[in-house]
Write a protein that binds this ligand. Structure first.
Ligand code: ZN
Ligand code: ZN
Length: 268
């Protein structure tokens, strides 16, 4: 006999090997822990804070209830109850006569600890269905990180804040302070610019300024550098010297008399 899931040879005639049984039970227990956060994240006016205890309020909820989460809870609920009946050998068609009234969380815990979890015929099938639901639950509770990027630190407590590209406002998860995303980004840029030791290439500096809302072309930085207006060392150009010029409205046009020299290889 082989494990239905991983094909490891098992001697006892079980459907799942011990490692797969433990993983299956572990997934069921994790889902039991996720039931409460899932119900909490039904409210669409709350940004899902995932497994973290603090939630972020969004400005405009699309609908009062997250239907995707509602569907997910429904699917988890029916699958868990079906699995439990299966484990106890209750015919799927007889579910109306199933007298049990345990809630979803209790049902998942009962399944995880069920003595037949590794031996019943459809163990592998249910393991895959449950795995699929668990992945969806994770995605609903902890949206992929790349959607929200670090933009700078909280003005009150210094916590690193993250925001989506379209977010106008961001709420600190630690102290609750609401701040404009643009202000946070600009403050981060200023931190770079106040520190005379922070240096970078023309491209890096132009990008940092533009991300923070001050449009600055790499070429502009190079023009200023050629004119000797910037603090340049072997480590690169000082952010602080670029900031002074950008804020003072330094003209960027090359003067016609400029003794142009080949700049290839210098402008990186
Ligand atoms: Zn296995
Ligand atoms: Zn804070």
């Amino acid at each position: 006999m082989n494990c239905q899931n991983c094909n490891t040879i098992i001697e006892n005639g079980y459907a799942l090997c011990t490692a797969c049984e433990l993983r299956f039970a572990g997934t069921l227990l994790q889902l039991a822990r996720d039931v409460t956060p899932l119900h909490d994240s039904l409210d669409a006016t709350l940004h899902p804070g995932g497994h973290a205890p603090v939630r972020i309020q969004t400005a405009t909820p699309p609908t009062p209830i997250r239907l995707d989460v509602l569907d997910l809870i429904d699917m988890l609920d029916s699958t868990a109850r079906e699995l439990w009946r299966c484990l106890d050998g209750i015919d799927a068609l007889d579910w109306r006569r199933d007298p049990r009234t345990e809630d979803l969380k209790a049902t998942l815990i009962k399944c995880a600890g069920h003595p037949k979890l590794a031996t019943f015929g459809d163990a592998d099938l249910y393991m895959h269905v449950i795995d699929g639901i668990a992945r969806k639950v994770d995605a609903a509770l902890d949206p992929p990180e790349q959607r929200r990027r670090e933009i700078g630190t909280c003005e009150l407590c210094g916590t690193m804040l993250a925001a989506g590209a379209a977010d106008q406002w961001v709420t600190c998860p630690v102290c609750g302070r609401e701040q404009r995303a643009q202000t946070v980004k600009l403050r981060r840029l200023k931190t770079l610019c106040w520190d005379d030791s922070r240096r970078g290439s023309a491209a890096e500096i132009a990008k940092a300024f533009t991300v923070a809302g001050i449009t600055l072309k790499r070429n502009t930085v190079n023009v200023w550098r050629r004119r000797g207006k910037l603090d340049v060392t072997l480590e690169g150009i000082a952010y602080s010297s670029v900031y002074r010029l950008a804020i003072s409205g330094e003209p960027v046009d090359e003067p016609p008399s400029d003794k142009a020299r080949p700049s290839e290889g210098l402008d990186e």
